[in-house]
Design a protein around this ligand. Structure first.
Ligand code: AMP
Ligand code: MG
Length: 422
């Protein structure tokens, strides 16, 4: 192909917009025990039927009292009751203190807690009495009191539909009494790799690998990434570089899946069978995205048998780093949108480059970098799209605009993998 007949490159943002425009959220929902809902997307708002905490309570082990009863530091109050967490106290008798423990409800009439470290217990005068306490430091009203409803008010939406559940949000849902949560259905994804050169690790030991053969690495990270995004994965393995085999795999996959995800075979080489096969069964757009790594990318649809709609098709490039990066930047938001998630984009940070990039690329580049102890970013030495070591060494990507060189100290946009792998 001559350079004049090359298709124009598509901007990554445009590719993402087009892709997301096809991602209709999946219909329906499932109700799960909260214990199993980590990482899933909420299908309904969670509205609190109570306030949290349910009543004012002590945040310290100490003494609950009325500030107005204390004239000066060193005042002594009789201890009139003892209140442990889980037990309600009596109204506080004037001029007395209540022995109180963390989480116990404040007795009516008390307005502050003095922690036990700021008090001196004086022995009871007789049996059945609780003694008295010398208050060493004068409290302010409200001191060491957690206010009723300070976390959640009654009627508040504590978590909104479209929120992705995290360990902390599962705890918050439990704090308003929920043990079951309505979440979006799992996207059903059929995964297969293409390429006659691929051998599954375990199939042949390294010393028996024929010339030209390589181990299938994409299959391993793609499957793990899909699981992290809440997908149900059918792994169809490696499909040989032949039209009939590719057609058969696509047909089977379309019937029972929302998305068919493949890696390899989306360049325009003669050995790339994905394009004609998807076109025969539906339609396909091959994009040349102005990004590095990861230029070739395909989106299409494969018809299901009968009148049962279609499955989405996404073809990732075969080079491992291209496959990895395009998954994170394009497939991840697509799968989150299928689940109705509201937040699709990773939040970048601005950090100083502790490296030079003297030669700018014509495409927007996603460099594998890692944070150093000085708070800057270091660049992996080999940024080739075949070098998977860069993605393991790195802890994120610098999103570098097309045509921009980078000098030591320049602020750059850094997307941590922690944002992209969650
Ligand atoms: P392709 O996109 O099929 O032209 O493949 C581009 C490059 O990625 C070739 O060097 C392939 O051997 C390599 N490749 C394709 N699929 C995989 C895979 N599943 N694991 C590792 N390398 C792959
Ligand atoms: Mg190939």
């Amino acid at each position: 192909m001559t350079s004049s007949s090359k298709p124009p490159l598509m901007a990554l943002d445009q590719a993402l917009d087009e892709l997301l425009a096809h991602a209709e959220p999946l219909a329906g929902h499932e109700t799960l025990p909260s214990f199993e809902a980590d990482g899933r997307v909420l299908a309904a708002d969670l509205v609190s039927a109570l306030q949290v905490p349910p009543q004012d309570n002590s945040s310290m082990d100490g003494y609950a009292l009325r500030c107005a009863d204390l004239a000066a530091a060193g005042s002594v109050l009789r201890v009139s009751q003892r209140i442990a967490a889980g037990h309600a106290g009596e109204p506080l008798a004037p001029g007395t203190a209540a022995r109180i423990f963390t989480g116990a409800p404040m007795p009516p009439g008390a307005d502050a807690v003095v922690m036990q470290e700021d008090a001196e217990m004086l022995a009871p005068a007789g049996a059945g009495e609780l003694g008295s306490v010398r208050i060493l430091a004068l409290p302010q009203p409200g001191q060491w009191v957690r206010r009723a409803g300070e976390d959640v008010t009654r009627g508040a939406v504590v978590l909104a539909r479209g929120e992705r559940l995290s360990p902390a949000s599962l705890g918050l849902a439990a704090s308003i009494g929920l043990a079951q949560l309505a979440v979006a259905p799992r996207p059903r994804v059929a995964l297969f790799s293409t390429g006659d050169e691929l051998v599954m690790p375990g199939e042949l030991p390294p010393e028996q690998m024929p010339p030209g053969a390589i181990y299938n690495s994409n299959r391993f990270f793609l499957r793990a990434l899909l699981h992290r995004l809440g997908c149900e994965v059918s792994d169809l393995g490696v499909v040989p570089d032949r039209r009939a085999a590719t057609l058969a795999a696509l047909k089977t996959a379309a019937d029972h899946h929302d998305l068919i995800l493949t890696s390899g075979g989306v360049s325009v080489g003669e050995e790339d069978h994905i394009k004609p096969a998807v076109e025969q069964l539906g339609h396909l757009a091959l994009w040349q995205i102005a990004m590095k790594p990861g230029k070739p990318f395909a989106y299409g649809r494969v018809r299901r048998d009968g009148d049962a709609g279609h499955a989405h098709f996404i073809g990732l490039p075969g080079n491992p780093v291209s496959s990895f990066v395009t998954f994170l930047l394009l497939v991840r938001p697509f799968l989150l949108k299928l689940q109705g998630a509201r937040e699709l984009a990773p939040r970048p940070l601005t950090l100083p480059a502790h490296f030079d990039l003297p030669r700018a690329d014509k495409r927007r580049e996603f460099l594998r970098v890692r944070r150093n102890a000085a708070g800057g970013l270091e660049l992996f030495s080999n940024q080739s799209s075949g070098v998977l070591t860069s993605a393991v060494w790195g802890d994120g990507l610098v999103d570098n605009p097309a045509g921009r060189t980078i000098a030591q100290g320049d602020p750059v946009s850094f997307i941590p993998f922690s944002e992209l792998l969650a």
